[in-house]
Design a protein around this ligand. Structure first.
Ligand SMILES: *[C@@H]1O[C@H](CO)[C@@H](O)[C@H](O)[C@H]1NC(C)=O
Ligand SMILES: *[C@@H]1O[C@H](CO)[C@@H](O)[C@H](O)[C@H]1NC(C)=O
Ligand SMILES: *[C@@H]1O[C@H](CO)[C@@H](O)[C@H](O)[C@H]1NC(C)=O
Ligand SMILES: *[C@@H]1O[C@H](CO)[C@@H](O)[C@H](O)[C@H]1NC(C)=O
Ligand SMILES: *[C@@H]1O[C@H](CO)[C@@H](O)[C@H](O)[C@H]1NC(C)=O
Ligand SMILES: *[C@@H]1O[C@H](CO)[C@@H](O)[C@H](O)[C@H]1NC(C)=O
Length: 459
């Protein structure tokens, strides 16, 4: 029998003795975990104003300079809430999630709303697509029949990204970071854009049983290896490279969400292939590398930026994706459960110790290894703690469904087919200030700090 996961007390004793902050949170029982996650969710949603009269549903304040948050992070937040509901059973926010996820689908039901064109990356679209896929897998309530189903939305995202107009010959294939050709970052191919596409493809393969999705996921993996974005020895996943150099100027920065998005996709491929040796090895190596790189003391860190305190708003949300996707990985590949879960437990126990800020003494910070609140606040910090705490309930949660095993989500094999080809060079670009995309901004800020000083960004 599997040891109960509601053993935060045990996990906490494994932590190095750190100066204990006065966090009001506890993970000592299932009830305590649920209570902690529920309070952290409430605090997270105080940043969301899309439900007040006159505001735009689905988005967080932004994009900069209008507010701190790019569009993609809201997509990630709805996914976190879909997992929160799935893991805890708390449906308080389900209507809000439904409204948000449907409002942002865009005219072609593929998460390309025109308001976002000026900084629309394949990764931004992909984050919303992964949340739609999750809604189908978790059996989140289906939308009314006149609205696109969750599966259809994930297929819409995948179809637009699989389309030949998104895959040119530079670097031997692969997706670019940005979708519209005139956006800053159109000349960059990166691991997160391709990782989202891979992840959705692997999950569509398992959900629908259609092998075309799996073949495409295999190709994307092979391309990542051929171009050197996946290190063949360490399985480190590097950030990306520019098309002008045929992707030879690889930016070797490693971010935890890259490891996590590929790990979860590999876990789905492992499961879909009935436990193939190839995917087993890939999954093991990704997890081995991910645990040592991003959990060096059993606590989540973001070394590429945390070490020198240069993490951007985007990066401050990455720890949550690692916790959620590593937790779901244990469902798809039970053999790796005992490697992953103890680490997620120590990490979550450390995370709540960083939650002692703000007027109520429970605002969560970003750095988890210090045993104290570090003064940073935001959606990313709260969302990561929601993810880390609710994911402790993964053993008690059902297995994500498929079309043949409990799934009810309505699909559409042709979804997204009418989308504009935004990278056709004659396509007019929506004005909108080109505030820049989230991760591009991250790279620019990074370069100011010398991390990416060699990079030249431009179209
Ligand atoms: C909007 O959502 C927040 C957070 O869930 C909630 O506190 C507030 O009551 C909601 N407002 C409206 C008008 O629904
Ligand atoms: C796009 O922006 C306009 C103006 O702010 C707003 O009215 C509309 O609801 C937005 N649409 C979406 C899908 O966010
Ligand atoms: C560009 O890179 C791809 C992938 O590494 C490689 O297959 C191709 O031969 C390269 N093309 C040139 C012209 O170097
Ligand atoms: C499988 O998916 C591919 C890609 O969307 C599609 O072209 C094909 O028609 C699908 N096959 C079946 C049997 O649904
Ligand atoms: C695939 O996932 C199911 C559900 O968790 C699990 O029972 C099965 O063992 C997994 N397959 C493999 C090969 O691990
Ligand atoms: C870690 O904690 C110590 C003392 O509690 C404090 O001086 C230091 O600034 C903290 N570091 C971070 C990154 O929060």
């Amino acid at each position: 029998m599997r040891p109960s996961l509601a053993s935060g007390a045990i996990a906490a004793t494994l932590l190095p003795s750190l100066i204990s902050a006065q966090t009001p949170y506890s993970l000592d029982s299932t009830a305590a975990i649920k209570q902690t996650a529920s309070t952290a969710v409430w605090d997270m949603l105080q940043y969301y104003h899309g439900n007040v009269t006159g505001a735009t549903p689905g988005i967080l304040p932004g994009p900069p300079p209008a507010g701190d948050y790019y569009w993609w992070e809201a997509g990630a937040m709805w996914g976190t809430l879909i997992d929160y509901w799935f893991l805890t059973g708390d449906s308080t926010y389900n209507q809000e999630i439904m409204t948000a996820m449907q409002f942002q689908v865009g005219p072609n039901q593929d998460y390309m709303p025109p308001n976002q064109t000026a900084s629309l990356g394949n990764d931004d679209q992909g984050f919303w697509g992964m949340s739609a896929m999750l809604a189908a897998e978790n059996k989140f309530p289906d939308p009314p029949s006149d609205k696109p189903g969750w599966l259809a939305l994930a297929q819409g995202v995948w179809n637009t990204q699989a389309s030949p107009d998104r895959h040119d010959e530079t670097c031997g294939g692969g997706l670019r970071w940005q979708i519209p050709f005139a956006n800053n970052g159109y000349n960059y191919k990166n691991s997160i854009a391709n990782g989202c596409f891979f992840n959705i493809g692997a999950r569509l393969a398992r959900y629908t049983g259609n092998d075309s999705y799996a073949k495409s996921a295999e190709q994307t993996w092979d391309w990542m290896e051929s171009v050197g974005f996946i290190d063949p020895n360490t399985y480190a996943i590097y950030d990306g490279a520019h098309v002008e150099t045929n992707c030879t100027d690889i930016n070797k920065a490693e971010f935890s969400y890259n490891n996590a998005v590929w790990t979860l996709g590999a876990a789905y491929m492992y499961n879909y292939t009935g436990g193939s040796d190839v995917w087993k090895t890939r999954l093991e190596k990704l997890v081995e590398h991910g645990l040592s790189q991003f959990f060096p003391q059993g606590i989540a860190v973001e070394p590429a930026c945390e070490t020198h305190d240069t993490c951007t708003t985007d990066m401050q949300s990455f720890k949550g994706y690692v916790h959620r996707w590593y937790a779901t990985t244990t469902k798809m590949a039970p053999f790796i459960r005992n490697t992953i879960l103890p680490v997620l437990q120590t990490s979550a126990a450390a995370a709540i110790k960083a939650c002692s800020g703000g007027a109520l003494g429970r605002q969560c910070g970003f750095v988890w290894t210090n045993g104290t609140y570090d003064g940073k606040i935001g959606v990313g910090e709260q969302m990561s703690v929601v993810a880390a705490t609710s994911s402790l309930l993964i053993d008690q949660a059902p297995v994500p469904v498929t079309a043949n095993a409990g799934g009810t989500s309505k699909g559409n094999i042709n979804a997204g087919g009418n989308s504009d080809n935004l990278n056709r060079h004659e396509t007019p670009i929506t004005t909108g200030g080109r505030a820049g995309a989230g991760i591009l901004t991250a790279l620019i800020l990074g370069s100011a700090c010398g991390l990416f000083g060699w990079m030249s960004i431009g179209t």
